[in-house]
Every structure is written in C-alpha cells, then in structure tokens.
Design a protein around this ligand. Structure first.
Ligand code: J2J
Length: 515
C-alpha cells in the first residue's frame, strides 16, 4: 500500500530523490552572490551560506555527530539556525526543532525521546537563560553529549570541509513537533524528499522568485515560516530570507521597510496587532495568515489597511497545507482557509463513525499525500492514523464546491491559543498535583485577540486555589510559558458525559458568560 504510494510520488515527480543539503549546493551555483539570508548582525550570500554549512558540517563530524543522530535545536530567528540545519542535513543528522518558549518539561522529553546527542541553544533570549535549562537537561538526559551555544561554542564548530556521503533522500531530514492532541509533543519525521516538495510547491503557490524577500516573523522552527514557503521556499526560489528577532510591529515594520520585504507569515493575533499599528508597508505584496482561524471581519481589513494581498493558510506540521490562491475570488480568500496545495493530496471528510459526510457537510478532516506523514516517531498512535495511512487531523471542516475548506471546530482536546497549541490533558495532569485541586478541566474560552484563551476549571479541595498559584506550579514543573492558564474558574463539579468523561462541550457552553 504505502510502497505503491511512494512509487507514485516518485514517478509523478513529487519526490525527486534529492537531499536538502545538496539542494543548497544547487542554489549556491544558481544564485551565487545574491543575498540568501539576513539577520540582525549578518548578511550572507548563497555561496557563503553553502560554504558555512560545509564548515559547520565538518565541525559536527569532528565532534562525533554522525549520520542518523538527532540534535535538539532550540534557537531563535538567527542565521545560525539556517546554517546549522543545512550542516545537519549534509551530515545526515536530523534537527529536532524545539520552539523558543519550550522549557525543561518539553526539552527533556524531546531529548529523551529522540536520544539526542546534542542540544543547541542561545545563551539568552527574550529574557530567559537557556544555559541553566541546558544544565538541567544534561543532568537528566545522558545521551546529550554536547551543548552548543549560538555565538559561543557553536561558532567553534567550524572546520575545513570534508567529503561526506550523501544521505538517503528518503531518510528523515528533520523532525517537527506536533501541536499534539494528548500529552507531550510528538516528533514528526519529515524526509528530504517530502520536505523539499513541501517548500517547492509552496513557493510556487505563492509565486516566489528571485525578487522575493521573505520576512520570518514567527519562530522559524515552526513549519509555517520554515517551509510554507518560509525560509526554505525562499532559498529555493533565489530570494532573500530576512529573520526578525520578534514579530512585534516595532521590530518587523522597520525590517519590512529596510529590506523591502514582499511576503511574510503571521498568526491571527499578530495580524490584529499589525492592523492596530498599521503604517504603510509599500513593498509588502502578500500577508499569509494561518495557524488558527482568521475571523472574516479581521480578514476584510488586511488589504485596505496594510495594502497587501491576504492568503489564508490552514496547515499542520504533520503535512497537509491548504492555501487560498493569489487569483482566488475575494470572498473565498476572506471566508475560507484555502484548498489543498497538491493535486496528490487526498482528503476525506468523515462523521464520528468514520463514514464520509455528504458534500458540503461538516466532518473530521483526514488526509494522505506526498508530504503528509503516516506515523509519528516512536509513538504508538493507533488513533492518529487510519489503517490505510490517512492522518486524522482532529479538525472539523466543510468543503465548498470549489474545493476550499472552512475550519469549523475540532474534535481534538486542544486549545489553539492564537496559534500556540496546548494539549489539555498535559496541563490538567500537572494541575492535579496542586494541593488545592481536586479535579480540573482545561477549556478554551473565546478571546477577541487570541481567538481562544485557556481557562482552568477547577473543583477545589481545602479552599480555592489562586490563578497565580496554578501558574507557579506549572512554571516550577518546567512547562512552556504559553501553556499557563489565562484564567481560573472554580466550580463545585465538572459536567460528565454518559461514559463518565468530562463533558467539555457542555462545560464550555456553561462558561460562555465568563469574560
Ligand atoms: C484554523 N485552524 C488552523 C487555520 C492551522 C502553516 C500554517 C499553520 C500551521 C500550523 C502550519 C489553521 N484555521 N488557518 O504547520 O505550515 C490548526 C488546525 C491544525 C493545527 C496544526 C503551517 N491553521 N490550524 O498551525 O502543526 O487545528 O501547524 O490541525 O502548529 O492548527 O497546528 P501546527
């Protein structure tokens, strides 16, 4: 079954048998001294980027990092992130792309699960000391032999290039993190073949070319700014990728002006923030918005107030990408989350028994295709995939006759806090350790800016806990900052379904009045 699909993806040219490291060699040949990458301190041509990746690859090999190894990378938007990724691709070792807000709880898990041999960090970023986090990780995870600090020890990973065997293009190039439905983040193995197609086809949909300047405003470790088309798609097209240290208007807007940025990607709360601080951004042609549902009222403001076209993007690190197209009628751009990127994407929309819904009806989106995974790394997830290899997205959608999808909700127990995904059960498990928490349910409440904010609904024991004490506990447990509840509601009991599980739908409805 899956072999037949693989053969089809190769025969039809989706998978071209090239490694990401060798693609950078092609780009260096083709685009030479054009500017590939810009960050706060560096401007690098394609030739220089490729040369630096070779030197870092040689340095990694000297450290003993080998093909098949995994390295947890937790870097902000700096040029070294990109150099390191390509260095690892050339070695055939895979980066595991952690996000900057992750803390001990997540990083320990990622290092243990991936048996990472190295962990790469900034010294400090956004007021947080990553060195002390790294010390705690090293103390707990024996596989981690090296901690490399950007701007410090990572700069010493620099040797004269050595000849390296090409990795297998069907092997894993990188691991993205799952927004997850349960527990800690799962690792999403993306191969050279599939990820190359992901960013190549995305670049085509967004009509990128050598004149394109892409601003990575979101954390570049995320699939959206990395490969949809993101930094990698921009490099494929011969454009320039600019890395912003923050998406705040006071950082991003001057960069858009100075670098004549033509395209960037944001989550809906950032789109709102940019709109509320709007100035003229004459170079900007396209604003991609995705990661969470964009309300039509906000969508409508983008072109008049920012002067650029809007593209809605409904993507997932597991694969499937839906884009509104640049020539789509305006009502589809404003009110849908786009249609699948690839002619080889297969989608099914099913009811709770797994049967296809009638056309236009709402159901869960299942998908299979040339850049969608068929399983997580080392994780038994029988519920995440169908026997014939479709990924169950957990998203409730309906499809219009044009093929465009409208996201209408979800079946997964997750809070989408302005694009940051919070698996409820993970937070609930930690909160159950609080002495004043008898029972707890995390639910999403509507929020004007975030779309959804997180609410801990607590059945107390020995007097009600404070929100501050819940947050303190989660910080002490090392949870990522975005997982802390925004709000606390104390109740006598949680509503249950007839199988005895917490009825979150009813709970959310009961809390509708909460502000
Ligand atoms: C509603 N929900 C959306 C949208 C994602 C591009 C863009 C986003 C992601 C991403 C990505 C949504 N409207 N426009 O990887 O390459 C929710 C869905 C989906 C989940 C995936 C990309 N866009 N979502 O957000 O892996 O619930 O990827 O299943 O972080 O985000 O989350 P994630």
């Amino acid at each position: 079954m899956s072999e037949a699909l693989d053969a089809r993806y190769r025969a039809e040219g989706y998978w071209r048998g090239r490694t990401l490291g060798s693609l950078l060699r092609d780009w260096a040949q083709k685009y030479g001294m054009r500017t590939a990458l810009v960050d706060a301190t560096t401007r690098m041509s394609y030739v220089e980027l490729s040369a630096r990746a070779d030197r870092m690859a040689a340095g990694l090999v000297k450290l003993g990092i080998q093909r098949g190894d995994r390295v947890v990378v937790q870097l902000p938007n700096i040029a070294d992130f990109v150099v390191l990724c390509f260095a690892l691709f050339r070695v055939g070792a895979a980066p595991v792309l952690a996000l900057p807000p992750h803390r001990l709880n997540e990083i320990r898990h990622l290092c243990q699960l991936s048996e990472a041999v190295a962990y790469v960090i900034p010294s400090r970023h956004a007021g947080f000391d990553y060195r002390s986090l790294a010390s705690a990780v090293v103390a707990e995870v024996p596989s981690v032999r090296h901690v490399l600090v950007a701007g410090e020890s990572l700069s010493d990973v620099d040797e004269d290039p050595v000849a390296l065997d090409e990795p297998d293009p069907s092997s894993v190039a990188l691991y993205l993190l799952s927004g997850g439905t349960t527990g800690l983040p799962k690792l999403i193995p993306r191969t050279h073949d599939d990820y190359a197609y992901n960013f190549r086809a995305s670049a085509e949909v967004c009509e990128l070319g050598p004149a394109s300047v892409y601003l990575a405003a979101l954390p570049v470790a995320h699939n959206f700014p990395l490969g949809c088309p993101g930094v990698f798609g921009t490099l494929h097209a011969g454009g320039t990728a600019v890395l912003a240290s923050s998406p705040a208007p006071e950082v991003a807007f001057p960069l858009i002006h100075q670098e004549k940025v033509t395209i960037t990607a944001v989550v809906p709360p950032l789109a709102l923030l940019w709109l509320d601080n709007a100035t003229s951004l004459p170079s900007l042609r396209l604003l991609q918005v995705g990661g969470a549902k964009l309300q039509p009222e906000v969508a409508k403001r983008i072109t008049p107030e920012l002067g650029c076209a809007l593209q809605q993007v409904f993507g997932m690190a597991e694969g499937l990408l839906n884009y509104t197209r640049l020539d789509d009628p305006q009502d589809l751009v404003l009110t849908t989350q786009g249609r699948p990127m690839s002619p080889a994407d297969e989608i099914r929309i099913v009811d709770s028994s797994g049967d296809p819904v009638a056309p236009g009806e709402r159901g869960e989106l299942l998908t299979r295709g040339p850049y969608t995974i068929r399983g997580y790394f080392r994780s038994e997830q029988p519920h995440s995939f169908t026997p014939d290899g479709f990924y169950r997205s957990g998203d409730l959608v309906r499809q219009l006759p044009s093929g465009h999808l409208v996201v209408e909700g979800r079946v997964k127990d997750l809070i989408n806090r302005g694009g940051d995904k919070i698996a409820c059960d993970e937070v609930e498990n930690h909160l159950l350790g609080h002495p004043q928490v008898r029972d707890v349910a995390m639910v999403a409440l509507p929020d004007r800016i975030l779309g959804e904010r997180s609410c801990a609904v607590v059945v107390p024991r020995d007097g009600a806990p404070s929100l501050a004490s819940l947050k303190k506990l989660l910080i002490a447990q090392g949870l990522a900052t975005y997982k802390l509840p925004d709000q606390l509601v104390v109740v006598d009991a949680l509503p249950l379904t007839n199988v005895g599980k917490v009825d979150k739908q009813r709970l959310a409805a009961q809390l509708k009045g909460e502000r």
